[in-house]
Design a protein around this ligand. Structure first.
Ligand SMILES: C[S@@+](CC[C@H](N)C(=O)[O-])C[C@H]1O[C@@H](n2cnc3c(N)ncnc32)[C@H](O)[C@@H]1O
Length: 372
C-alpha cells in the first residue's frame, strides 16, 4: 500500500547538504557576491568611460576590458558550476534519485494537483537548457529539486527569494484595493513549485488560489510543499497560451518571471488567454524584467545576462510592446511601475544601482466590464 501523502511531506523539504557540498556552494556564493558588487562596478565605470552610447557599441568597446571579460566569464561559469561538478545541484539530485523520484510520484495522489500527460512542450522550452540547467526543467521530474535547491541555495539576485514574491503579492493586493476588486479566485501562471503562489495566498488568505505551469516535476514538488505548509492551492499543468480553465474563472491572473521565458508570440497569445479566463472587472498582472535601468549600459548588461544564462527571450522582452498587446486584447487601465524589495520604486531609476539587481517591472491591466 502507498504511504499516506502526509508521510512524504517532510522529505520534500529543502536541501540538506554535506559539509563539502555546503562549502562548495558557499564558495560560489562568495564569488557571486564579488561579481555583483566590486566587479560589476568596475565594469560600469569602464563602460561609462568608453565613448560607446548603445548596447552594440558597448559590447564592441568593452570586449578587451579585463574587468568585463572576467565579469562575463563568471556570469556564465558560476551558474554552470552551481548545477554541475561534484557538488553541483544536478549532481546531488542524481545521487539521491532513488529517494526523490518516489516522493514526486507520491505527489500525484494529491487531490490538489492536475497533471496533463498529453501536454506537448513547445520548442522554446525543449530547445534551450533554460538557466543552463542540465536537461532543462521539463525533461525529468527530479530536475525540479535541483531548481528548488538552486533557488534557495542562493538566488541569482543574492537575496531571499521569498522577499521578491512577497513584494509581487503585495503589489497585486495594492492594485486590487485601488480598483475596488474583491479577489475571490486567483491564478498564478508559471508558478514552478508554487513559491509565488504561496506568497499570493499569504496576501489573500480568503481567496481560492490556482497555480499553473508547463513542467510537471515542479508542480509535483509544489503539491508536496503546499501540503507541508498547509496551503490550500490547486496546481494545474497547462501552458499560459492555452489555459485549461473555463471562460471568466478568475478575478486575477498574474505571473512572476514568466514573460522573459516566452517568445513574443507566446506572450501575445497568453495575454489573449488571460483575458478569456478573467471575469469582467478582473485584474491582469505580469511582473518581470520588461525594462533595463540605467539606459544603454543597463540594457547591454541585462541582454548579456540573458544570453549568458540561456534565457534567449530576455532581450526581446526589453523591446516587446506589451502596452500594444494588452490594448489589442481589450485590456484597459494599463499601468506599469518599477520595484523590487531592495529598490522599491515606483519610478524607474535614472542610474544603475551600486550592485547588480534584476530590474523588475510590475505591469497591470483591467478587463473591462462590470464585476459579477
Ligand atoms: C522563472 S520561473 C517562475 C518562478 C515562479 N513564479 C516561482 O515563484 O518560483 C518560470 C516558470 O515558467 C514556466 N513556464 C515556461 N513557459 C511556460 C508557459 N508557456 N506556460 C506556463 N508556464 C511556463 C517554467 O516551467 C518555469 O517553471
Amino acid at each position: 500500500m502507498n504511504a499516506p501523502l502526509k508521510d512524504v511531506r517532510p522529505a520534500s523539504r529543502a536541501w540538506q547538504p554535506s559539509f563539502e557540498a555546503d562549502a562548495y556552494q558557499s564558495f560560489l556564493a562568495g564569488i557571486k557576491r564579488h561579481w555583483g558588487t566590486e566587479l560589476y562596478r568596475e565594469v560600469v565605470a569602464g563602460a561609462e568611460a568608453s565613448q560607446a552610447r548603445d548596447p552594440a557599441s558597448l559590447e564592441q568597446a568593452m570586449r578587451g576590458n579585463a574587468a568585463y571579460r572576467l565579469y562575463a566569464w563568471l556570469e556564465r561559469r558560476v551558474q554552470q558550476l552551481k548545477w554541475s561538478g561534484r557538488w553541483g545541484f544536478s549532481t546531488l539530485v542524481e545521487q539521491q534519485r532513488d529517494q526523490l523520484a518516489p516522493l514526486l510520484e507520491a505527489a500525484t495522489r494529491s487531490d490538489r494537483l492536475a497533471l496533463d500527460p498529453d501536454l506537448t512542450m513547445p520548442a522554446y522550452i525543449t530547445e534551450t537548457e533554460t538557466h543552463q540547467q542540465p536537461g532543462g526543467l521539463w525533461r525529468d521530474p527530479v530536475n525540479a529539486y535541483a531548481l528548488a535547491w538552486y533557488t534557495t541555495g542562493l538566488s541569482f539576485a543574492g537575496s531571499n527569494p521569498d522577499d521578491l514574491v512577497d513584494f509581487y503579492a503585495a503589489r497585486i493586493r495594492e492594485r486590487c484595493t485601488e480598483i475596488g476588486l474583491q479577489a475571490r479566485a486567483i491564478l498564478d501562471e508559471g508558478c514552478t513549485a508554487g513559491r509565488s503562489t504561496r506568497a499570493i495566498k499569504r496576501a489573500f488568505p480568503e481567496a481560492q488560489l490556482y497555480g499553473c505551469d508547463i513542467c510537471e516535476g515542479s508542480l509535483r514538488l509544489g503539491a508536496l510543499r503546499n501540503l507541508e505548509e498547509a496551503c490550500d492551492i490547486t496546481l494545474v499543468q497547462c501552458s499560459a497560451e492555452s489555459l485549461s480553465f473555463p471562460d471568466a474563472s478568475f478575478d486575477v491572473v498574474a505571473s512572476q518571471w514568466l514573460w522573459h521565458e516566452l517568445p513574443p508570440a507566446a506572450i501575445r497569445q497568453s495575454i489573449i488567454e488571460a483575458r478569456r479566463v478573467l471575469r469582467p472587472g478582473g485584474l491582469f498582472v505580469a511582473y518581470d524584467m520588461m525594462s533595463a535601468v540605467g539606459g544603454p549600459i543597463g540594457e547591454w548588461l541585462l541582454s548579456g545576462y540573458a544570453a549568458r544564462n540561456n534565457e534567449p527571450y530576455g532581450h526581446a522582452l526589453l523591446h516587446f510592446d506589451w502596452q500594444g498587446a494588452l490594448e489589442q486584447a481589450g485590456f484597459t487601465d494599463i499601468r506599469s511601475r518599477y520595484g523590487l524589495p531592495q529598490d522599491p520604486g515606483p519610478g524607474l531609476p535614472a542610474t544603475l544601482p551600486p550592485r547588480r539587481l534584476h530590474p523588475m517591472i510590475f505591469v497591470s491591466a483591467v478587463r473591462p466590464g462590470a464585476p459579477f
